[in-house]
Design a binder for this molecule. Sequence first.
Ligand code: ADP
Length: 175
Amino acid sequence: MSNVIEIITGDITTLAVDAIVNAANSTLLGGGGVDGAIHRAAGPKLVEECATLGGCPVGEARITKGYNLPARFVIHTVGPVWHGGGNGEPELLAACYRTSYALARSHGLRSIAFPAISCGVYGYPMEQAGAVSLAAAREASSSGDFGRIVLVQFNEPALACYLTVARRLEIRFTS
Ligand code: ADP
């Protein structure tokens, strides 16, 4: 079986997958970082649809269409803000990945791309977040429900960090 998990650098808004995941904030009304980039690329209809959803709690996810994006859908999940790790951050971040994969599955989507949720302004340490992301990707890939899982890093240091964690966890991937 070919490797399902890809770890790459790039701009998630350019990927033609069934769904890209947005690291949103709980209003779902747009923000900075990857959220801003996704809204800019999708066009104004995305925020219109988001406005009908009534927000999203931390650790949960909501799905919308992708509008002008090459991706068909956007799964918006709200990562935890890092407060040192003793406030449920690992469980909440794991829940973001779990609920995002579950939403994709329930819509019959087989290819999905994730940014490093919570690793920007929310301050989650990249290596610890990478371990959560990679463990979730391994579980999703072993389910056989996904043909392609892309973990998108925005720069080379982030990529190097994810690759190190993937090797330590003995996860099969392509890069
Ligand atoms: P959060 O608020 O969850 O921390 P951010 O958007 O601030 O979300 O950052 C999440 C991660 O997304 C960071 O690692 C950031 O470098 C990365 N990022 C920002 N823009 C993009 C993009 N266009 N494609 C992929 N990753 C991106």
